[in-house]
Design a protein around this ligand. Structure first.
Ligand code: G6P
Length: 743
């Protein structure tokens, strides 16, 4: 706006200057025209009266005077006189100015106009400006003299004034028009330029691995909006998150409900050990809990979990640090089967991911899901302090818990975060318990997703299947007195990652890993690290490596892809099948390209602790994340975090939420094997300075967009909502409003 204003001021000043100059020139020209006009009128008037003037010239002075008076009847002629050729005044109308004696006029005319028969000059009288015109009058044989007409020029002043006014109005109209036209032209040109730019970028995007321009724009917009909002508060850190909690939520203790526990006590051959599960959710939330303290309520799934808790099923974690409490909830085998394997992972997981797996909905699974949600909701209510706690309910395992907690704690601030995609309404509609799921989540104060798209899908689902009002402006769902905000909060990782202090630096990690895998010290290594899940596109990834070796022979014998696949949900048939298929595919590719000393694929199907994972990231030349559909995917962000040497290339599926943040990765469609293999080749050929530029930019982004910001922003939004609700006194009616039966 400021720029437009400045531009208009300059434009108007320029136009004003031009108009001033134009007016001066125009004034000169028009006054010249008026003079000529007067001369012409003088000679015409004299010419018309020539005969009668001639007949009365020397003999009849009274007649001459009458003729002159007749000529002077023109309102613009002030006076007229007849002069003899010798300069004597023969006759004059009344009021002929004495300033213009015949003799001097004729002399001046002779002097200035030479042989011309008419001449005029301007002069000023007390009454105003005049123009004196002299026209010679010829008799039949000799010159008779001259007729002098004194023109009143005051009308000219009036005319000039009118002209000036018209010019002024014209100038303003012109200036306005010019400004509008210029602005429109500028806007049009800008849009065209944008279009050109887009086209140019679109052209580049056919150089396949560019991010979607839409995502880059959305990211830039988000960055600038958030920068503005954040002001000078600085980068989010564990300390800032804690300070936010203290400031906005008065240091309330946070209770997190998530199925997966951050620390699993497992009994092995060498006794009890602590495992860190492969879960993006845990990766993200654990640092948040360390920063905020509080309680994490989770399923106690480790074989030694029961042995390590106190009488109230609690254990302080992290071991040795004891920053917060882990409250374990025990599930029977049937409950785990129905709630976890059944409804959560055979029903909701495939329902929410576009990965060609058919969801299975069984009534008995649903019943377990309801019961287990209630069990966990009760555990949460046991852990809270006071009647208005902050509860963070995590993921698809607990869609019903927000409403169940709300029924018991109407004043609670409940934030539900859905870590996986949310399907469109049509797809979501196939779930037999769609209304119950939506009602359960709407018990939360805030429902969060990674992307705006998933928020929109959720709101569309509510619109399609629930009685409610959608406040699209505030992206909120309103049901009676209650309001649930629906917001995107893209999740991230801690920054800096605390594990990295225990991981060898890049050069050492490279050398160690190559030696361990029996590779040459200069071998090129790609890495993929996932749970063995059909949404991760592991088969497509291995097939892309196969294509690379087929289409780029220079990498045969030189490039090895290391796939770390942590076993996951192995009781589910679909996962067991995947395990077999991945194994068979890896063997097939290996058979095609391996030599005595070379293997194109190394498949490690065991759980790896975070330090081992980070060491692989540091050892690799590239990391390929090929998810077919993924809410966010934190592996991509972890790879970037590991590369403090600013080298290594990230290939990232366009179907991950992370592709919207990490736009400097090579963005690929994992189904397009030709494109993916080209991207692998491009990564392996990428010059070091390009790698550095891309990696540096992604690292800068992650250092700001870290998980403390994710949690902080949700908490700030929740706190604001809480303040508003308290102000409107809504809590009075809360318990009654939430007294109904839940699913
Ligand atoms: C995804 C889910 C998490 C889950 C993780 C591991 O990231 O969003 O909620 O913890 O997968 O799956 P698991 O079933 O082993 O917990």
């Amino acid at each position: 706006m400021g720029r437009t204003l400045r531009f208009l001021v300059v434009l108007l000043a320029a136009l004003g200057l031009l108009a001033g100059l134009g007016y001066a020139v125009l004034a000169r020209i028009t006054s010249r025209w008026f003079e000529r006009d007067l001369e012409l009128r003088s000679s015409l008037a004299v010419e018309a009266a020539r005969d009668s003037l001639a007949s009365h010239w020397s003999s009849d002075r009274a007649g001459l005077t009458a003729i002159l008076a007749n000529i002077a009847r023109d309102e613009r002629i002030m006076a007229a006189a007849a002069c003899s050729s010798h300069g004597e005044l023969l006759a004059a109308t009344e009021g002929y100015p004495a300033e213009f004696p015949c003799r001097s006029l004729l002399e001046r005319m002779r002097h200035q106009a030479g042989d011309a028969t008419s001449w005029s000059m301007a002069s000023d009288l007390a009454a105003g400006p005049v123009q004196v015109g002299v026209t010679l009058l010829e008799g039949d044989s000799e010159p008779l003299g001259a007729v002098v007409l004194v023109h009143d020029l005051r009308f000219l002043e009036r005319r000039e004034e009118t002209t000036r006014n018209i010019l002024l109005v014209a100038f303003f109209v012109l200036a306005l028009g010019a400004s509008v036209v210029t602005l429109l032209a500028a806007r049009f040109a800008w849009r065209r330029w944008n279009l050109e730019l887009r086209r140019a970028l679109g052209g580049e995007a056919t150089h396949e691995f560019q991010p979607l321009l839409r995502d880059v724009r959305a990211l830039a917009e988000r960055l600038s909006q958030e920068r503005e909002q954040e002001g000078r508060a600085g980068v989010w850190s564990a300390e800032r998150l804690h300070a936010t909690l203290t400031k906005h939520l008065h240091d309330e203790r946070i209770v997190i409900l998530a199925n997966r526990e951050p620390y699993i006590h497992d009994r092995g051959a060498e006794g009890v050990r602590v495992l860190h599960p492969a879960s993006g959710l845990v990766t993200a939330l654990e640092p948040v809990m360390r920063a905020c303290s509080g309680v994490w309520v989770a399923h106690g799934s480790g074989s030694a979990d029961r042995d390590t808790v106190d009488g109230k099923d609690r254990v302080r974690v992290p071991p040795g640090e004891e920053a917060y409490v882990l409250r374990r909830v025990w599930l029977s085998e049937a409950e785990e089967q129905g709630y976890y394997y059944g409804f959560s992972n055979e029903g909701l997981w495939p329902l929410c991911h576009l990965a060609h797996a058919r969801p299975v909905f069984r009534a008995e699974d649903w019943e377990h899901y309801v019961r287990v949600n209630r069990k966990f909701a009760d555990a949460v209510c046991e852990e809270v302090e006071g009647d208005d706690p902050i509860v963070l309910v995590q993921d698809y395992h607990f869609a019903l818990a927000p409403k169940m907690i709300r029924e018991r704690l109407p004043r609670a601030t409940i934030i539900a975060f859905w870590h996986i995609p949310w399907p469109n309404a049509e797809r979501f509609g196939i779930c037999p318990w769609r209304e119950e799921l939506l009602a359960g989540l709407l018990g939360a104060s805030v429902v969060g997703f990674h992307t705006r798209q998933h928020c929109n899908n959720f709101v569309d689902g509510v619109d399609a299947f629930m009685e409610s009002r959608i406040d699209r402006e505030a992206t909120a769902v309103v049901q009676g007195e209650r309001r649930t905000l629906v917001r995107p909060y893209p999740i991230s990782i801690e920054w800096p990652v605390h594990w990295l202090s225990e991981v060898p630096p890049v050069a050492q990690a490279r050398a160690e890993v190559r030696a361990e895998l029996g590779l040459a010290p200069d071998a090129l290594v790609g890495v993929g690290i996932d749970r063995l899940d059909y949404t991760k596109g592991i088969e497509e990834r291995l097939a892309a490596v196969d294509q690379l070796l087929l289409r780029y022979p220079e990498f045969r014998g030189r490039f090895t892809f290391l796939q770390v696949a942590a076993p996951s949900r192995t009781k589910i048939e679909r996962y067991r099948e995947l395990n077999e298929r991945v194994e068979a595919l890896a063997a097939e590719i290996d058979a095609r390209w391996s030599t005595e000393r070379y293997h194109p694929i190394v498949l490690l199907r065991t759980h790896h602790e975070p330090t081992a994972v980070y060491r692989y990231f540091r050892a690799a030349d590239l990391c390929y994340v090929s998810s077919l559909h993924d809410g966010m995917n934190l592996v991509a962000k972890e790879f970037v975090a590991a590369r403090d040497d600013e080298h290594g290339v990230l290939l990232l599926s366009q179907f991950t939420g992370a592709a919207r943040d990490l736009t400097e990765a090579l963005i690929v469609n994992p189904y397009d094997l030709r494109q993916a293999s080209d991207a692998l080749a491009a990564a392996l050929h990428m010059p070091a300075d390009e790698q550095r530029a891309r990696m540096r930019s992604m690292r800068r982004l992650l250092s700001e967009f870290n998980v403390y910001r994710w949690a902080g922003r949700m908490l700030v939004d929740a706190a604001e909502l809480r303040r508003k609700e308290r102000m409107t006194g809504r809590f009075g009616a809360g318990r009654a409003a939430w007294g109904g039966e839940s699913a």
